[in-house]
Design a protein around this ligand. Structure first.
Ligand code: INI
Length: 184
């Protein structure tokens, strides 16, 4: 249902904005099929990210049979598997998980940059949301803090962002805008 007062944000939203029709996705994953691409490199980090993502999806209604996991060698390889799932896996969204930890060389920048660019290109090319749960950090400690440690679990956040985007896209009106009319 379109809402002009997104839950919990009433105090922040002006009357002018409240007067508009607004759409917002939910975290209800019931009936959704979700792909997860996870990197084996730094698996001491990516495994808890995966655990967090799966737990979050199941807490929000996804069933085990609706979650498909693809392991790839490293973050650099995430985009190609994510694109395959988005195009042919019949998924509503893809969650991308991994950890790129800065070393002494420029390798970090290439791997992290290509992972981010490649994941963004998946949803641009396919229209299927692909979320970025790839940690890009300086140390293993920073990574563990974000993989179920004191700063939460970015895998769970990426999973819920994927569900929210899939839900939003389902609810957006299509074919009604003057720019689209006649072009379908
Ligand atoms: N892959 C990662 O997922 N994280 C890293 O920190 C990393 N580092 O630092 O090298 C890494 N490298 C491997 C890369 O993703 C590819 O698998 C490899 O280059 C083969 O294409």
């Amino acid at each position: 249902m379109p809402s002009t007062r997104p839950e919990g944000r009433e105090g922040l939203v002006s009357a002018r904005v409240q007067a508009l029709v607004a759409h917002e996705g939910s975290h209800d994953a019931t009936g959704m099929r979700i792909g997860i691409v996870v990197s084996k490199y730094n698996d001491v980090v990516s495994t808890p990210l995966l655990e967090g993502a799966v737990e979050a999806l199941q807490l929000h209604g996804a069933t085990a049979s609706d979650i498909v996991v693809a392991w790839v060698p490293g973050a650099f390889e995430i985009p190609i598997a994510a694109r395959e799932l988005a195009e042919h896996g019949e998924v509503d969204a893809v969650v991308c998980l991994g950890a790129v930890i800065r070393g002494d060389t420029a390798h970090f920048d290439y791997v992290a940059g290509e992972a981010a660019r490649g994941i963004a290109s998946v949803h641009a090319a396919t229209g299927v949301p692909a979320t970025f749960g790839v940690l890009t950090v300086d140390t293993l400690e920073q990574a563990m803090d974000r993989a179920g440690g004191r700063l939460g679990n970015k895998g769970a956040e990426a999973a819920l962002a994927a569900v929210e985007m899939a839900s939003l896209l389902r609810g957006l009106p299509t074919g009604t805008s003057p720019r689209r009319r006649g072009r379908r």
